[in-house]
Design a protein around this ligand. Structure first.
Ligand SMILES: Cc1cc2nc3c(=O)[nH]c(=O)nc-3n(C[C@H](O)[C@H](O)[C@H](O)COP(=O)(O)OP(=O)(O)OC[C@H]3O[C@@H](n4cnc5c(N)ncnc54)[C@H](O)[C@@H]3O)c2cc1C
Length: 278
């Protein structure tokens, strides 16, 4: 049964279970002029084995990206690297990955998780921001994000998203309208303050707005989407000469990620349509 659901739901959004699947997808995307942002699925780890496996997998991935001359970043999470276990461990693991990636000219992103991890994620990011090969995700549904963005140094690299977790009214905007309004506000600030960043959304209005802003500001902007969501739109942007990227998750821990995708209205509609032949 799990295999059935995995094929139906996860097959669309996940490259496969192994490193090789992710690298193959990165090569395919590169052929379309698109960079891959590869994520090894896994989060909320309480066991050292799982954390160690994640670190080793990222190191192997980085080496293979370099060897095969792929245009691919990696993207990890603090709870995948041990934040729930030991604050010293997560720091060591992040440093190990970032340093190795810098030697191999690979870029390392930190995904943003639930609200309770934002402080730790920013703190960790700040330790290596000077390396030049690191980026951090900021979510527009969080009320605090404007302050966070203002506090990040001008050499930070930000990936702006709307946010994928269920958060309370106290910390997050609840309506799509407010989240989108804040997305525009944050995006405008990013164009003013930062040189290089990623606009990560499937929302054509946001993408168009960013393209317009960039006519005036001329920043180093990448437009990014998730694997399996609206990638045709991204191919068209790549063909017009824009920098583009697709987030490519792989691995066995596919349920939390697929659940977040399933909660997104547009995805649910598409899945139901493909299941019932519409
Ligand atoms: C590269 C990347 C990295 C991400 N990293 C993180 C992260 O680290 N942390 C985090 O919390 N979240 C992350 N996310 C997920 C993000 O927070 C949102 O959950 C997700 O992108 C959906 O929001 P949206 O911006 O596409 O807008 P939505 O408001 O969901 O959609 C806006 C519009 O986009 C169009 N659209 C959306 N989906 C589809 C579809 N399937 N088919 C056709 N049209 C569609 C529709 O017109 C829709 O009305 C990431 C997203 C991307 C693209």
């Amino acid at each position: 049964m799990a295999g059935f659901f995995e094929r139906i739901f996860a097959g669309r959004w996940i490259a496969g279970q192994n490193i090789e699947d992710a690298l193959k997808e990165a090569k395919r995307l590169n052929g379309l002029g698109i960079t891959a942002i590869i994520n090894y699925l896994g989060e909320g780890y309480h066991k050292r084995d799982a954390v160690e496996d994640a670190v080793q997998t990222y190191l192997t991935l980085i080496l293979e990206i370099r060897k095969r001359r792929l245009r691919a970043d990696v993207s990890t999470k603090i709870t995948e690297l041990g934040d729930l276990l030991d604050k010293k461990l997560v720091l060591e693991n992040y440093a190990k990955i970032v340093n190795f990636a810098a030697k191999n000219k690979v870029f390392v992103w930190l995904d943003m998780e639930e609200h309770r991890f934002v402080d730790d994620t920013i703190k960790l990011y700040m330790l290596k921001v000077g390396k030049g090969n690191t980026g951090i995700c900021i979510q527009s549904y969080l009320r605090r994000s404007l302050k966070d963005l203002k506090r990040l140094p001008a050499n930070a690299t930000i990936r702006l998203v709307k946010g994928a977790y269920s958060e309370s009214r106290r910390v997050a905007f609840q309506s799509r309208e407010e989240t989108t309004e804040n997305y525009v506000l944050l995006m405008k600030l990013m164009f003013k303050r930062f040189r290089r960043f990623t606009i990560a959304t499937h929302d054509s209005k946001m993408l168009q707005k960013a393209i317009e802003l960039n006519r005036a500001y001329r920043r180093d902007v990448t437009y990014a989407m998730l694997k399996g969501v609206r990638n045709g739109y991204l191919v068209a942007l790549a063909e017009k000469g824009e920098k583009t990227a697709v987030y490519v998750p792989f691995g066995r821990v596919w349920i939390p990620y697929s659940y977040r995708r399933l909660k997104e209205r547009s995805n649910l509609k598409l899945i139901l349509r493909s299941l019932f032949g519409g």
